[in-house]
Ligand binder design. Sequence first.
Ligand code: MF3
Ligand code: CO
Ligand code: CO
Length: 276
Amino acid sequence: MTFVDAPAKARRTPGVIPLHGAEGFEGMRKAGALAARALDILSEYVEPGVPTATIDKVAYEFARDNGAVPATIFYKGFRHSLCTSINHVVCHGIPDDRALREGDIVNVDLTLVVDGWHGDSSRMYPVGEISRKAERLIEVTYASLAAGIEAAKPGNTTGDIGHAIQTLAEGERMSVVRDFVGHGLGKLFHDEPNILHFGKPGTGVPLKPGMIFTIEPMINLGRPDVKILSDGWTAVTRDRTLSAQCEHSIGITETGNEVFTLSPGGLFNPLAVRAA
Ligand code: MF3
Ligand code: CO
Ligand code: CO
């Protein structure tokens, strides 16, 4: 594996990890903040009776009005501004006219491009009252992301991040999805390195200041196996048990990391908000 200065790299090259400077961090701060603000606003729309297509439309208009572009529009044939993944949908759910129902849990995953930089974040939204087991799943998913972020610092490796997430989730007798990973990002939506949400300490790629990537664990109540529906996008749990995900975009600093997608309203973990 090699490291290069980010501006020298226009396309994803396997094994080549860009290291970003001050300009990249400034760009990611802006893009991340806007994506986080959009996700805050969307929490007002996640209600029983609201179709996910409405949430998609609100995000599209928010991006347009704020000089941003949703990265997923026309991304590999995806036509929407965000992904909405309900209940046993693991990720990449396609917004449509089906109305949300009381008791659903939905992940909204939004990437906004600002001045070429990609701010990628997702959160869980409970629809009305949800079951105790859905609450537990969401809490464990947030705790696993927090554990991953805690491990993201110079001196550690990508494997340390995965190990922290896996240890936390499996300690609660839940499972980590293997089929999707976090990813480097910046001027590219998906770049090196891959961030596995499971792994062994000290394995993988050493973390260095200037690396920018997402951590986005998908945690299942049942088994980790997923399948893709015939639409070519929607990933669901094979055993149809509930799945949850949350995602931040972060940059490695000299001393630890900077999270670019913090919620300005403190709304990132919806259950912490409800409890307050
Ligand atoms: N935002 C997703 C991620 O976290 C990618 C979605 S790609 C799509 O990487 F095409 F499904 F929207
Ligand atoms: Co995302
Ligand atoms: Co992502």
